[in-house]
Design a protein around this ligand. Structure first.
Ligand SMILES: Nc1ncnc2c1ncn2[C@@H]1O[C@H](COP(=O)(O)OP(=O)(O)O)[C@@H](O)[C@H]1O
Ligand SMILES: [Mg+2]
Length: 1081
């Protein structure tokens, strides 16, 4: 919903002066001041906007503000220039009404700024697009160009427009800008040649000198130094906050955008330069023979340069400064000019040059910005013109007179249009027209502009009159003609009432303008009205070879010599004001009244007297009065009802019927007196602001109550909804919580139940088990008891049938049977008769254990006896020998096991049968028990020598193997012992009794393959001989052998089979003989 606001909301003071109660100048000023102090620089008088210059930038011109004011009703928001611009633009666009915006105010009051704000607002809200933007840009850029040439720094305003400007902006039916037309009024050209103290010439001079490039300046024959130019006053050449150089670039750029050609710009600059040069031309008097002084150019350099710039002949111009041609009745009379006249001519030329250049610029800009289409268009005119100008010290001159005349006209148009509008509205609304009393200034306008006896007409008359014409003669004329006019005052008036008025000097007249009395000094009126430029000068200018100059001085064309005087300045101005007024009258006016709060260009200072003065001469009080003459306030029914409906129960909150009836009911209810209000067709008219404020006050109170009510209801609603929401949430939370709690208890109960159940079932099961087990045991016990009982019964019954020993008999019989069976089995499984058979049947019963072993032993003995019984005597002896060998060597010598299977042959050499040993056989007388070849070990080196070894019952013999020659024969009793090793070797030592004859050569160390047999036999012989002891056999790996005197130790060591398989014997040293025996694999 769009928020409906009103101007009346949040008002500081009153936003619309029409509503001021009571209305007086003081309250008016008080209201302005109050608003100004709160930075509210805009105030309305109805639809007129009063604008106070804030002299500082306020944040109220932002794009957001533009949006805020866009398409809003005028009174909807607080007063603003945008509201006025919007209203004007919308009624132009939507209602097809041409508009004009009239901006007035004293210099420095903010008119130009206001006109720019209006233009920028319109530019912001109107259509967009490439073409439209270009037009907008051109329209906006015309400002800097005109400001450079038409504005100057004055004491009141650093950027004061020194011309009046009216600009028509043309729009198409959609409201898009098409182009524009600018009109200029009354450029203050006197400024070109002379500036008051503290003021400057037009900006363009300073901009050119500080901003142009060195090159440009050289071309224009200018110097950057301001002080070199007479026309540039020095005291305020530099203005703080104004960057002339930068502005020059802005102006050049703007000229380019507006559409100036490069050569046109150049020409314009040349003219500006020419004006500066012109100012430097000085004159000196030269006496003539007739006693008069004639002027001569002092230093011709500037003249020369100026002529070069403008393409003129120097002599022509020089002459024009010295002579003046007056034409009268086809006759040319040439008179000389004195120095003062020459200066006057020079300045007149400079002023004319500059003002014509300015007019040309305006025309040129118009050419560029004029609408391209011929289609019908709507127009919005913006008038930025001086407001009333009153210099307090009575320094008002022709310019002020002209300006004030213009303002008088504007006031008239304001009155006319306002009243007309008012009247039209009354008619439209069907309200009876009551005559409005107001001051009509038509009479003052008439005083000035009346064709017969108006002041301007008389001035023209005076100027054209032949004879001596001075300002005084003009004043005299006024004194006679306007004497009776109510608004004209003069000391020398026929009307004697001013005779003693000392505030009215003799050379002055005073006009009672609608805005106040103004005292004009008559001096200069005639001259200024004449605005004379000597024809010689214009002709000289026309001769210049410079296209622009030629255009500017068309009257210099000798072909068109016009003897008629050119129109006077007053006449021209009256004509243009007339055109303007006619133009404005066709348009819907919108007023902006600018007020300057202080003379110091300072923000926040409100000088009461200054503002009061402006309020007076701007006729603002008049404005208010005219506005209030009828009804002070009016408003369409709908917004009125909307705004005040809360004041009556019947219209609040909704009124069903038509708005008008609603308002009527409302007003009746509020008991507003009937004369205070009128009901139009669509609007209600309120006569007095008091009534409106009464309504507003009521509304304010009511709004507070309503606000409280709304607040109350809203709070109630808010709390209720909040409560309901909480309640709903609480239920949800509770439900969830309860569910959760129930689930938890259920789970607990369930698990508890399961536990209890399991215990119970366990207990029941165990009980059942116990019962079953008990039952089973009972059954078993019963069975056992029954079995025993039956057994006892049976035994008791059958006891009488058994004998007392029947058991023993059965037992014996059984045993007999078992033994019988045992023997029979043994018979059939007897082992072989071989004594070495170790087999024997297994024992069938444990109790036969002893018998079984005994039987085996008996059988074995029997079997051995049987075996022995079959032996012969020799065989028996052989076995005895073998038995003895076993007793000696078994488990003692390693050689023994290999000898068991070898039969002891005894005579290996078959000595008795072999003839070779015949002699040897005969050498022994006893039967040979053993004959064999042995190795006799050499004592020195351990090497063996083969010898035949013979053994008999009484001795043993060693003989040479080849020859059979007996080497030694030793009787057995000389042998004391025998030594052998534990190993597999065949070495043996025969130790001889010490001291015996045989022992001379020492003991014998021999080796034989049949060692076991030899030793056994030697041992048997010893055993059988009754006269001796048995020969001792030493079995040891180390023994001593007596060799001659020495005892040598024979040591047996085991060697690895690698070193050969044979036994080797080595003499290690004197006392050691080492025999190495290979270990059997
Ligand atoms: N609305 C405004 N906001 C801020 N400053 C302003 C405003 N109007 C005027 N001024 C200041 O006042 C100076 C004079 O304003 P200007 O429009 O040139 O006066 P005028 O055209 O009436 O002589 C401006 O240069 C500017 O500094
Ligand atoms: Mg201005």
């Amino acid at each position: 919903m769009e928020v409906k606001t009103s101007l009346l909301d949040n008002m500081i003071g009153v936003g619309d002066m029409v509503l001021l109660e009571p209305l007086s100048e003081d309250s008016f000023l008080g209201n302005l001041k109050k608003r100004f102090d709160h930075s509210e620089i805009y105030t309305y008088i109805g639809s007129v906007v009063i604008s106070m210059n804030p002299y500082r930038s306020l944040p109220i011109y932002t794009p957001e503000k533009v949006e805020e004011y866009r398409n809003r009703n005028f009174y909807e928001l607080s007063p603003h220039i945008y509201a006025l611009a919007d209203e004007a633009y919308r009624s132009l666009r939507d209602q097809d009404k041409d508009q004009c915006i009239l901006i007035t105010g004293e210099s420095g009051a903010g008119k130009t700024e206001a006109s720019k704000l209006v233009m920028s607002y319109v530019a912001a809200v109107c259509g967009k697009g490439h073409e439209v933007n270009k037009v907008k840009e051109q329209l906006l850029q015309s400002n800097p160009v005109l400001e450079a040439f038409g504005n100057a720094k004055t004491v009141r305003n650093d950027n004061s427009s020194r011309f009046g400007k009216y600009m028509d902006i043309e729009f198409d039916f959609k409201g898009d800008p098409l182009g524009g037309v600018i009109s200029n009024y009354l450029l203050e050209k006197s400024r070109v040649v002379k500036q008051p103290r503290g003021e400057r010439n037009f900006h363009v001079f300073y901009q050119l000198l500080s901003g142009a490039s060195d090159d440009t300046l050289r071309k224009l024959k200018l110097d950057r130094d301001f002080s070199k130019y007479n026309y540039l006053s020095l005291d305020s050449a530099v203005v703080s906050g104004l960057d002339d150089a930068a502005n020059f670039r802005t102006v050049r750029n703007a000229m380019q955008i507006v559409g100036f050609m490069e050569d046109e710009v150049q020409s314009v600059l040349e003219l500006v330069a020419a004006v500066l040069k012109l100012g430097n031309i000085e004159f000196k008097p030269e006496s003539r023979c007739n006693g008069t002084d004639e002027s001569r150019v002092k230093d011709k350099n500037d003249l020369k340069e100026m002529c070069e710039l403008l393409g003129m002949e120097q002599s022509v111009l020089e002459r024009a400064f010295s002579y003046r041609t007056v034409e009268a009745k086809m006759e040319k009379v040439s008179t000389t000019l004195n120095v003062a006249q020459a200066y006057y001519a020079r300045d007149a030329l400079a002023k004319n040059l500059y003002s014509r250049l300015f007019s040309w610029l305006v025309t040129r800009i118009n050419e560029s910005i004029q609408a391209q289409t011929k289609a019908r268009h709507k127009v919005m005119g913006v008038l930025d013109i001086y407001g009333f100008e009153i210099f307090e010290n009575g320094d008002n001159s022709f310019e002020q007179f002209i300006i004030n005349y213009c303002n008088e006209k504007l006031q008239q148009i304001f009155i006319e249009l306002t009243l007309r509008e008012e009247q039209e509205e009354y008619v439209r609304e069907g309200i009876e027209w009551t005559n409005i009393e107001y001051f009509n200034n038509a009479i003052i306008c008439d005083l000035i502009e009346n064709n017969q006896n108006g002041i301007l007409a008389m001035l023209d008359e005076e100027c054209l009159r032949p004879g001596t014409v001075t300002d005084e003669t003009f004043l005299d004329k006024l004194n006679t003609i306007c004497a009776d006019h109510q608004h004209f005052e003069s000391r020398l008036n026929k009307n004697s009432k001013f005779l003693n008025d000392h505030s009215l000097p003799h050379n002055c007249f005073r006009i009672q303008h609608y805005a106040g009395k103004v005292l004009y000094r008559v001096e200069g009126f005639v001259d200024k009205n004449n605005d004379l430029l000597y024809r010689d000068l214009s002709q000289a200018m026309y001769k210049a070879n410079h296209s622009l100059i030629k255009q500017l001085f068309p009257e210099g064309n000798p072909a068109k010599v016009n003897l008629k005087r050119p129109p006077t300045a007053g006449f021209q101005f009256r004509a243009s004001v007339g055109t303007l007024m006619r133009n404005l009258q066709t348009k819907n006016p919108n007023y902006i009244r600018c007020i300057k709060p202080n003379d110091k260009k300072a923000s926040h200072i409100f000088t009461d007297s200054l503002v009061r003065h402006q309020v007076r001469y701007l006729g603002l009080m008049e404005n208010v009065r005219v506005r209030r003459a009828g009804y002070a306030f009016r408003q369409p029914y709908e917004p009125c009802l909307e705004r005040y409906k809360m004041l009556c129960k019947r219209t609040w909150p909704h009124w069903k019927g038509p708005a008008r009836e609603g308002v009527e009911v409302l007003m009746a209810d509020l008991q507003i007196p009937a004369e205070e209000i009128s009901y139009g067709r669509s609007k209600i008219f309120i006569r007095n602001p008091r009534t409106l404020f009464f309504l507003e006050e009521k509304r304010k109170q009511c709004l507070q109550d309503l606000a409280t009510l709304i607040q109350k209801i809203y709070r109630g609603w808010k709390c209720r909804t909040h409560f309901l929401l909480m309640k709903k949430s609480q239920i949800v939370v509770a439900a969830w919580y309860r569910r959760y709690a129930q689930q938890k208890t259920y789970r607990n109960i369930k698990s508890a139940t399961t536990v209890v159940q399991s215990y119970t079932r366990g207990w029941q099961a165990r009980k059942l088990l116990r019962e079953l087990k008990y039952q089973k045991r009972c059954e078993e016990a019963v069975t056992t008891i029954a079995a025993f009982w039956h057994g006892t019964q049976v035994r008791r019954e059958y006891r009488k049938f058994f004998r007392a020993n029947a058991g023993k008999k059965i037992y014996d019989f059984t045993i007999q049977r078992i033994i019988q069976k045992y023997f029979l089995g043994l018979k059939s499984s007897m082992p072989s008769m071989s004594p070495i058979d170790r087999k024997w049947p297994a024992r069938p019963y444990g109790f036969l254990d002893g018998v079984h072993t005994e039987l085996r032993k008996i059988f074995h003995h029997w079997r051995c006896k049987k075996y022995r019984d079959q032996f012969t005597e020799e065989k028996k002896a052989v076995y005895e020998e073998k038995l003895e060998a076993s007793e000696i060597f078994k488990d003692k010598k390693a050689l023994y096991p290999s000898s068991v299977s070898q039969p002891f042959k005894g005579d290996y050499l078959e000595i008795s049968k072999n003839p070779k040993y015949q002699k040897l056989n005969s050498a022994v007388d006893e039967k040979v028990l053993l004959a064999d070849v042995v190795n006799k070990i050499n004592r020195a080196n351990g090497k063996g020598t083969p010898r035949i070894f013979l053994l008999t019952k009484k001795n043993f013999v060693l003989a040479d193997q080849k020859t059979g020659q007996v080497k030694a024969s030793i009787p057995l009793p000389d042998v004391t012992s025998m030594s052998v090793s534990t190993q597999k070797d065949g070495f043996f030592a025969l130790k001889l009794k010490e001291g015996s004859a045989s022992a001379v050569k020492g003991d014998f160390l021999l080796s034989s393959e049949h060692l076991i047999e030899i030793i056994t036999k030697l041992h048997r012989i010893g055993a059988t001989a009754a006269d001796r002891e048995k020969l001792k056999v030493d079995i040891s790996d180390e023994f001593l052998v007596q060799f001659k005197q020495d005892k040598v130790c024979v040591k047996f060591i085991q060697s690895s089979p690698k070193n050969g398989n044979s036994v080797s014997c080595k003499r290690k040293n004197n006392r050691l003989l080492e025999v190495s025996v290979p270990t059997s694999p």
